[in-house]
Design a protein around this ligand. Structure first.
Ligand SMILES: Cc1ncc(C[n+]2csc(CCOP(=O)(O)OP(=O)(O)O)c2C)c(N)n1
Ligand code: SF4
Length: 249
């Protein structure tokens, strides 16, 4: 099986240069590495540009309801445990309307991989501020809310008790492929924070800026140590790599 075999015939409607293309590629690569057959795969998303990804992967896919992908995916996984279940969505979908579902999905520890494609903005609805919009983001039309302090997705899931937490960048394909592969292999709730660019509503060079503001998780980091993981997550820059993986009994 090749990654292209996991693509539907639909052409993505994303803007040329959108970071979501990288995530589609990284995800189909990771699934191919793990030899996940389309009939054993479910991709569940909410609503947003990033959530369109579900329609582009050959799988039982559901581009569902804004903010509600996690409970839908949990129900699916509980009734069909043999399905590899991947949840995708944006920062608006996950951390605004969908935020209340995250700690409970973490507590239930259902075997899901949740990849949030974080472009720091509501792309689909034309560029409003999201909970991860930085305060210094240029104010444009519809940017109400950008004066609020951004939340940190990695600290949020770590403090909720998530057993697998990783971060990658949509333009860093081999790394993203590896992080998604490890997350899918983890037998519980796995969270992957994917830094992604929106070329239409974020300023020029935004995605490169994210990368410049990132650093690889140091080799000395022990991902089984929660204190070390929390300290790494507190760094104002973005640590890219496996941040935390709780050993399982
Ligand atoms: C219940 C509900 N409220 C609001 C909306 C409008 N809406 C659609 S997508 C979206 C935000 C999308 O932003 P994000 O999740 O960050 O995804 P992106 O488009 O940036 O990938 C909003 C507010 C909706 N579809 N349904
Ligand atoms: S508006 Fe932004 S997030 Fe949406 S497809 Fe275009 S570049 Fe991607």
């Amino acid at each position: 099986m090749r990654p292209a075999d996991l693509r539907t015939e639909l052409e993505p409607v994303w803007c040329s240069g959108c970071g979501d293309f990288g995530v589609l590629k990284g995800l189909t690569q990771a699934l191919t590495d793990l030899e996940v057959a389309p009939e054993k795969l479910a991709v569940i998303s909410g609503i947003g540009c990033s959530s369109r990804l579900a329609g582009y992967v050959k799988a039982y896919a559901f581009n569902s309801i804004h903010g509600r992908a996690l409970p839908i995916a949990t129900g699916l996984k509980l009734s069909r445990p043999e399905m590899t279940t991947v949840v995708v969505g944006g920062d608006g979908d996950g951390f605004s309307i969908g935020l209340g579902h995250i700690p409970h999905a973490v507590r239930r520890d259902t075997d899901l991989t949740y990849a949030v494609l974080d472009n720091g903005i509501y792309g689909l609805t034309k560029g409003q501020a999201s909970p991860t919009t930085e305060r210094d983001t240029k104010r444009g039309r519809g940017m109400a809310g950008a004066e609020d302090a951004p939340l940190d997705p990695v600290l949020l899931v770590l403090s909720s008790g998530c057993g697998f937490v990783a971060r990658s960048h949509a333009g860093h394909l081999p790394h993203l492929r590896q992080m998604l592969r490890e997350a899918i292999q983890y037998p519980g709730f796995a969270f992957v924070h994917v830094l992604a660019g929106c070329v239409t509503y974020q300023p020029k060079g935004y995605a490169d800026g994210l990368l410049e503001h990132s650093f690889p998780v140091p080799e000395t980091h022990d991902p089984t140590n929660l204190d070390q993981a929390m300290n790494l997550a507190r760094d104002p820059r973005f640590a890219l790599g496996l941040i935390y993986k709780r050993p399982r009994d």
